[in-house]
Design a protein around this ligand. Structure first.
Ligand SMILES: Nc1nc2c(ncn2[C@@H]2O[C@H](COP(=O)(O)OP(=O)(O)OP(=O)(O)O)[C@@H](O)[C@H]2O)c(=O)[nH]1
Ligand SMILES: [Mg+2]
Length: 343
């Protein structure tokens, strides 16, 4: 199970009440007020943790609760502050209030922390209320309630390049060829059921983050196959790498142009918007399975039909992969797209 959307109840701790107390000592029958302050309630804090790719851990519980603050004591003893609860979330997590739909935070920066439900304030004890006219106040403040409610967590993975293509196009094979990611590869459609991230090393410390998105089919935007819910993870990618199985016609699969158009139609009808206008590089994959002339002919034919360059590659032999990564890197710089900057 891959969880990228979940509603969770969060409850910060209530502040501890202030105390009403008077100093009582032998030989000092009329001591002053000495009620201490209540401790602040604990907060629910989110912490962005790199390496996490899903909300699975978070979704293992339906609610999280921080500790209340302890009440104040006598002798001006303050109550202990309630312990915070810290929840780790992946970069790319958005949090909304379930009732109002209000966006609470959009966490993109690694290691950032955010107080999503703030603990209540501790109340002041009666010693704080003493003044010239009332030296023995019998009142103290109550602690205030902590913030609480239902929050909807939504994950939109942050990758620079989103890999799109029909099932079996070779997206996972390509990802495992150019990164250290180890997605499952198999000859049946929908091998990949959840998005995967991989980081390609381009040399000189440069990196490119790629997301392998489960295969789309015609009608995905209306729920066919795995549907298009995973496309939300492409919303934030700077650009798309569209992989097309160049050898599919050999085994009764679609012609490259048909495959291309199917995916473009799904990108265009995706309700999240903006996918169809992202910069896109198109690669004709599996050219190792064709003779080189045929591969070149199919790439040229597709290129002429869609009016943009088509790069012949093979995720299995590695042909063209390095060059393609360099092109993606250059494209990233020319578009000035910085997926880490989502402002
Ligand atoms: N000959 C050849 N076969 C390939 C190449 N890339 C992938 N394949 C094969 O194509 C099949 C599908 O590959 P995957 O990488 O799982 O394809 P995918 O696009 O991730 O598929 P889904 O996850 O199902 O959407 C597997 O049998 C692969 O071995 C390639 O470059 N050349
Ligand atoms: Mg796959």
């Amino acid at each position: 199970m891959f969880v990228d959307s979940v509603v969770i109840m969060l409850q910060a701790g209530k502040g501890g009440d202030g105390a009403v107390s008077f100093l009582r000592e032998a030989f000092r029958p009329k001591g002053g007020p000495d009620g201490g302050d209540g401790g602040d309630g604990g907060s629910v804090i989110l912490k962005v943790t790199p390496g996490r790719n899903s909300l699975n851990d978070l979704a293992s519980k339906k609610s999280y609760k921080a500790e209340p603050g302890q009440p104040g004591g006598n002798r001006n003893m303050s109550g202990r502050k309630g312990k915070d609860v810290t929840l780790e979330v992946p970069p790319g997590t958005l949090v909304y209030r379930q009732n109002s739909g209000e966006l609470v935070c959009d966490l993109t920066e690694n290691h950032a922390t955010f107080v999503v439900a703030k603990g209540g304030k501790g109340g002041r004890g009666n010693s704080k209320f003493a003044h010239a006219l009332n030296q023995a106040p019998r009142m103290a403040e109550k602690g205030t309630a902590g913030d609480e409610g239902k929050f909807r967590f939504e994950l939109k993975l942050i990758a620079e390049v989103g890999l799109v293509g029909l099932p079996n196009a070779g997206k996972s094979t390509f990802l495992s060829r150019v990164t250290r990611a180890t997605p499952r590869v198999a000859s049946y459609p929908f091998t990949t059921l959840t998005p995967h991230l991989g980081v390609a090393q381009l040399g000189e410390g440069r990196e490119l983050v790629l997301a392998d998105i489960p295969g789309l089919i015609e009608g995905a935007s209306s729920g066919k196959g795995l549907g298009d819910a995973f496309l939300r993870h492409v919303e934030r990618t700077g650009m798309l790498l569209h992989l097309i199985d160049g050898a599919a016609p050999e085994v009764g699969g679609p012609e490259p142009l048909e495959a291309y158009r199917t995916i473009r139609a799904e990108l265009e009808s995706y309700a999240g918007g903006g996918l169809a206008t992202k910069p896109e590089l198109v690669a004709l994959n599996k050219v190792d399975a064709l003779d080189p002339e045929e591969a070149a002919r199919r790439a040229a034919e597709l290129s002429a039909a869609i009016g943009k360059p088509v790069y012949p590659i093979s995720g299995v032999s590695g042909a063209g992969c390095k060059e393609l990564l360099d092109l993606l890197d250059r494209e990233r710089h020319s578009t000035g797209v910085d997926p880490w900057d989502v402002s």
